[in-house]
Ligand binder design. Structure first.
Ligand code: AMP
Length: 285
């Protein structure tokens, strides 16, 4: 595996792959890798000639009071895990490589970024879109691999790729979970033992919601209220949101109709750590 810390070195390697018509799969990450990240690497390994991953804790996507400083990091372990999965290139830049002095441009993201996580993190998705656009320009992948765990991020990036005619396919990959159902996340390592136990109520609330929809519940606000109630079992958690939304627009669904694809999505704070999870449900006729 080649490790590049600067974009000129990365660009040089990419231009060689490009002139040899190699198919490039790309997996951007913020590191502290787990099986969720590795599932993306494995998917990229299966259908590309070259697998590129990036590791960068992007300051632009953290608000001033958020957890940029305490975000977990373990570069040597990450490097080894990526190497073992057969990653060809790891791009791990310093902040100044992506955002040199006088950097001042940002992607303006639209309504998809203003709901759900966007309400408590108003600058988050512009930060994500900006770094991913830069990374796509540097890596020039054929396929971008992203996780459904961050469903709203998927939608914002898919919309950016469509709106700006970016020549890349997107693979949205399923959520990888711990044995008890908790969605894997680098932030899980920041939970206390008690918070970790209670964090399981996110996936349980979502599973109950999915079941209720399958059994015929069609009232969005009733489903939402049941989810909120189920999340109260996480007594040390503080609810950010529990919503039933359309999976394309991310706007609330009042009445679920046959054939609809709805997203049940939740976010809960445990102390300063904010966990998110979701389930995508196709409403049966
Ligand atoms: P992050 O390092 O949190 O920015 O995540 C990097 C990529 O891994 C994003 O596309 C995430 O959606 C994806 N990802 C994170 N957690 C999971 C998970 N539990 N299952 C599948 N993909 C995930």
């Amino acid at each position: 595996m080649l490790l590049f810390k600067t974009s000129p070195a990365l660009k040089k390697a990419i231009s060689q792959y490009k002139s040899n018509k190699k198919k490039i799969g790309f997996v951007p990450t913020m590191g502290f890798l787990h099986e969720g990240h590795l599932s993306l690497i494995r998917a990229a390994r299966k259908e590309n000639d070259v697998v590129v991953s990036s590791l960068f804790v992007n300051p632009l996507q953290f608000g001033p009071k958020e957890d940029l400083k305490r975000y977990p990091r373990n570069f040597s372990r990450d490097k080894e895990l990526l190497r073992l999965e057969g990653t060809d290139i790891l791009y791990a830049p310093e902040r100044a490589d992506l955002y040199p002095e006088h950097f001042q441009t940002s992607v303006a993201v639209g309504p998809l970024s203003k709901v759900l996580c966007g309400l408590s993190r108003p600058t988050h998705f512009a930060g994500v879109a900006t770094v991913v656009l830069k990374l796509l320009n540097l890596v020039q992948p054929n396929i971008l691999y992203i996780g459904q765990k961050d469903f709203q991020q998927c939608r914002v990036l898919e919309q950016m790729i469509t709106d700006l005619d970016l020549p890349v396919l997107v693979r949205r990959m399923p959520i990888i979970r711990e044995k008890d159902g908790l969605a894997m996340s680098s932030r899980n390592s920041l939970l206390s033992p008690r918070e970790r136990q209670e964090a399981v109520y996110l996936s349980r609330a979502l599973a109950e919601t999915e079941k209720a929809i399958q059994l015929g519940s069609r009232n969005g606000s009733q489903l939402k209220n049941s989810m909120k109630k189920a999340l109260q079992k996480a007594v040390s958690g503080r609810l950010d949101y529990a919503e039933i939304v359309d999976s394309k627009t991310l706007l609330p669904v009042v009445t679920l109709k046959p054939g609809d694809r709805v997203l049940a999505a939740v976010a809960v704070y445990f102390s300063k750590t904010r966990l998110i999870d979701n389930v995508l449900v196709k409403v049966k006729s």
